[in-house]
Design a protein around this ligand. Structure first.
Ligand SMILES: *[C@@H]1O[C@H](CO)[C@@H](O)[C@H](O)[C@H]1NC(C)=O
Ligand SMILES: *[C@@H]1O[C@H](CO)[C@@H](O)[C@H](O)[C@H]1NC(C)=O
Ligand SMILES: *[C@@H]1O[C@H](CO)[C@@H](O)[C@H](O)[C@H]1NC(C)=O
Ligand SMILES: *[C@@H]1O[C@H](CO)[C@@H](O)[C@H](O)[C@H]1NC(C)=O
Ligand SMILES: *[C@@H]1O[C@H](CO)[C@@H](O)[C@H](O)[C@H]1NC(C)=O
Ligand SMILES: *[C@@H]1O[C@H](CO)[C@@H](O)[C@H](O)[C@H]1NC(C)=O
Length: 385
């Protein structure tokens, strides 16, 4: 902790001229050494309301949040609206049922996207945003050339967020404002929002080259060069440089110090990402939850040292359950509780997805692990051959 923090502190105190009122306040403030002590003792800096960040349903800035939108059809229950969701964030740390339906601007996605709309309207050149989806809104064609990946990011030179989700035709073009698509209603969907300091976006920029996202609206002003060079080229639709590797792996750290691992595979890595890359890299057996189509299920696979098991039934903390046939989300957890891995991302556990680019964000956050591991109600065992 340290270099970054003290630089920032110096910058604030050196660049802002002190008024006499400030000087008076300064004298009652802790001395510099006390500050360093405090910073050492509490490594987590607060998130400021004025900075770009993930926002929860109260509009509060949070380090991260996760949304699990419930399917319309739950077992043994009358159909819901398909707009309710389970929610957890860096402040609550366990699933809660959302206060608002996902189609409302008060929902966490609505609150977070509001920041994109403000930037879009003000045409600020100090802010960058990128919105991508292989299934863009408005009955446009699915993009097979690009990655099977959906998300959006917004940042300035201080801080920003990255949302990774599974919702088709979402979000709408910025001039339309917040809406939730009908095509995302019937099935379960996941979304994860992460707040990052600016330095992390140079790494995300390199990862997104491997993702090869289908960007349908964006603005990456010149001031973000060279850090966001790839995003700028992707946004402009320029010819991309050759990607040196087929698999891109990087460590990221959220604004408040959450350690994350980001896997991104290119389309030339023609293998199942769970079985041949994530499980061996994380050194753990995985329970995978992703969209299943009736009669086209993929079997659990125990042929390699680390096994992948296909989950087919999810149970919420409120004891309602749903089948993976109605779940469009894509995530996995380590089977062993000790390993504590949770990954949320883009690709289904399905043979056709080997050809697509896309990725996952993984964390060993104990609360996130507990929340997801407890959802696994039933998974298929391996076939004995
Ligand atoms: C959100 O969905 C509910 C339930 O279908 C509906 O009554 C409401 O009008 C919708 N609101 C918006 C803003 O779309
Ligand atoms: C950015 O916007 C400001 C204010 O609108 C303008 O003065 C400035 O020239 C712009 N900078 C660039 C690089 O376009
Ligand atoms: C979708 O693709 C078809 C065939 O390539 C093309 O004729 C059509 O114009 C496309 N539609 C849109 C909305 O781009
Ligand atoms: C983003 O959308 C706005 C409004 O539709 C449009 O004016 C702009 O050209 C779009 N930008 C890109 C890069 O597609
Ligand atoms: C398990 O994975 C291996 C390695 O990718 C593959 O060769 C094999 O066919 C898979 N088995 C099943 C039952 O899917
Ligand atoms: C869910 O089921 C378990 C086991 O039957 C029970 O202990 C628990 O109280 C139930 N929870 C709710 C919220 O109904």
């Amino acid at each position: 902790m340290s270099a970054g923090t003290s630089d920032q502190f110096n910058e604030i105190s050196l660049t802002s001229p002190l008024s006499s009122a400030d000087v008076v306040k300064m004298t009652v403030r802790p001395s510099w050494s006390t500050w360093s002590m405090l910073l050492l003792l509490s490594p987590v800096l607060p998130l400021w309301a004025t900075e770009i960040s993930c926002r929860n349903e109260d509009g509060k800035p949070v380090d991260w949040y996760i949304i699990y939108k419930l399917p319309k059809y739950m077992r043994d229950e009358a159909a819901g609206t398909g707009l309710e969701y389970m929610f957890m964030d860096s402040l609550t740390q366990a699933w809660k049922l959302s206060k608002y339906l996902i189609n409302l601007t008060e929902s966490a996605l609505g609150q977070t996207l509001q920041q994109v709309y403000q930037v879009y309207e003000s045409k600020k050149n100090s802010t960058a945003y990128v919105i991508y989806n292989d299934a863009p809104p408005g009955k446009m064609n699915y993009s097979w050339k690009h990655g099977h990946t959906k998300g959006f990011l917004l940042l300035d030179k201080s801080q920003g967020f990255w949302v990774i989700h599974s919702i088709p035709e979402f979000p709408p073009f910025p001039q339309k404002g917040y809406q939730y698509p009908h095509t995302g209603q019937k099935n379960g969907q996941t979304a994860i929002c992460l707040t990052f300091r600016y330095d992390q976006f140079a790494k995300i920029d390199k990862q997104l080259l491997c993702y090869n996202p289908n960007i349908y609206n964006c603005s990456v002003p010149k001031i973000f060069c060279p850090e966001l060079l790839n995003l700028q080229m992707l946004c402009a639709g320029s010819k991309l440089p050759p990607i040196p590797q087929k698999q891109c792996l990087t460590k990221l750290q959220s604004a408040q110090g959450e350690s994350l691992l980001n896997f991104a595979k290119t389309h030339s890595y023609n293998e199942d990402i769970y079985l041949t890359w994530m499980a061996p890299e994380l050194k753990t057996d995985l329970l995978v939850e992703s969209w299943q189509r009736k009669g086209r299920e993929f079997f659990s696979n125990c042929s390699l040292p680390y096994h992948v098991y296909n989950t087919n039934l999810i149970q919420t903390p409120w004891n309602s359950s749903f089948s993976s046939y109605y779940d469009h989300s894509k995530w996995c957890v380590s089977k062993r509780y000790e390993d504590q891995w949770t990954c949320i991302g883009d690709l289904n556990y399905a043979p056709q997805q080997a050809k697509r680019s896309g990725g996952f964000i993984c964390t060993q956050n104990q609360y996130i692990y507990k929340a997801f591991r407890q959802l696994v109600y039933h998974y298929y065992g391996c076939r004995v051959s």
